[in-house]
Design a protein around this ligand. Structure first.
Ligand SMILES: Nc1ncnc2c1ncn2[C@@H]1O[C@H](COP(=O)(O)OP(=O)(O)OP(=O)(O)O)[C@@H](O)[C@H]1O
Length: 267
């Protein structure tokens, strides 16, 4: 689902991310760890072509799209629908005066979710046209998505300020599922949450990988989180990948002094 080779991202000539190789397959979770400024977010954003001011080179393929060479139309096909971006504080992106169900329905309609081919024999629309599958169909998709992230359907009637940070993060994941995401790019998804709520979100991420085969690329400075969800880990420092490998091995037997430093800093 994600294939990166020789990615280099520069701002004003300064190399801020140098990633020789990064692969995430269906049902896998890979984590990028490192301190602030190490190039984690830049790497993540470059997978969606969202580093407009950067000079960027290498090969980046996401859901079959060559991100660095694809025309804007091809990028729009994967952004938001097939590849979902989950940020640290999703509440900030939710319109405060709109109920969550209305927000979700709008997003689904915008991406054409719930449309079904109209019958070629009903005489009312040309063959091959599509029509919305109706309110019932969208309700079903929305209800199923919120339940998949362990939320009650009732949450769709609430306003953004009426939900907690952990619920907001799970709602963001539900939106990704309803849109049919195959890849989730998550940038510090639990950093703004307290410990018990973090565990809920982590539980949901694990379920989504296992039950729906989602590919997950996680950016985090939280090694405890990484050890519970990631198969493989890349450790970045000053834009460079200093160590990578299976998460269990890297975290148990770090070979680079910087990884050891990160582990020693754990509470
Ligand atoms: N638009 C930009 N223009 C210039 N420099 C940038 C831009 N975006 C990021 N950088 C620089 O690139 C480097 C890497 O930043 P990045 O945000 O990728 O690090 P990070 O590891 O994700 O850190 P954090 O956890 O704080 O987000 C930093 O030195 C940052 O200042």
């Amino acid at each position: 689902m994600i294939e990166v080779r020789g990615l280099q991202v520069r701002y004003g000539g300064r190399l801020v991310a140098d990633v020789p190789e990064l692969d995430v397959g269906r049902g896998e979770c890979v984590a990028i760890v490192g301190e602030s400024g190490s190039g984690k977010s830049t790497t993540l954003m470059s997978l969606l072509g969202l580093t407009p001011d950067a000079e960027i080179s290498g090969h980046v393929r996401v859901c079959g799209v060559d991100v660095l060479t694809a025309p804007p139309r091809r990028l729009r096909e994967i952004r938001g629908a097939r590849v979902a971006l989950v940020m640290q504080t999703p509440q900030a992106a939710l319109s405060p005066a709109t109920r969550l169900g209305v927000l979700m329905r709008r997003a689904l309609k915008l991406h054409g979710v719930g449309k079904v081919p109209s019958s070629p024999t009903d005489g009312t629309s040309p063959q091959g046209a599509v029509t919305h599958g109706g309110k019932g169909r969208l309700d079903e998709i929305m209800g199923e998505a919120v339940e998949a992230v362990m939320l009650d359907r009732e949450i769709l009637r609430r306003y953004p300020h009426e939900i907690s940070g952990g619920q907001a993060q799970r709602f963001a994941l539900a939106l990704a599922i309803a849109l049919g995401a195959e890849v989730i790019l998550a940038d510090e998804p639990t950093s703004a949450l307290d410990v018990t709520v973090q565990a809920e979100v982590v539980g949901v991420l694990r379920r989504l990988r296992a039950e729906r085969g989602l590919a997950l690329l996680l950016v985090s400075h939280d090694l405890a989180l990484v050890s519970t969800v990631a198969d493989r880990v890349l450790v970045m420092k000053d834009g460079v990948v200093v160590e990578s490998g299976p998460a269990a091995k890297v975290l148990a037997e770090p070979s680079h002094p910087y990884t050891r430093e990160l582990l020693e800093a754990l509470p």
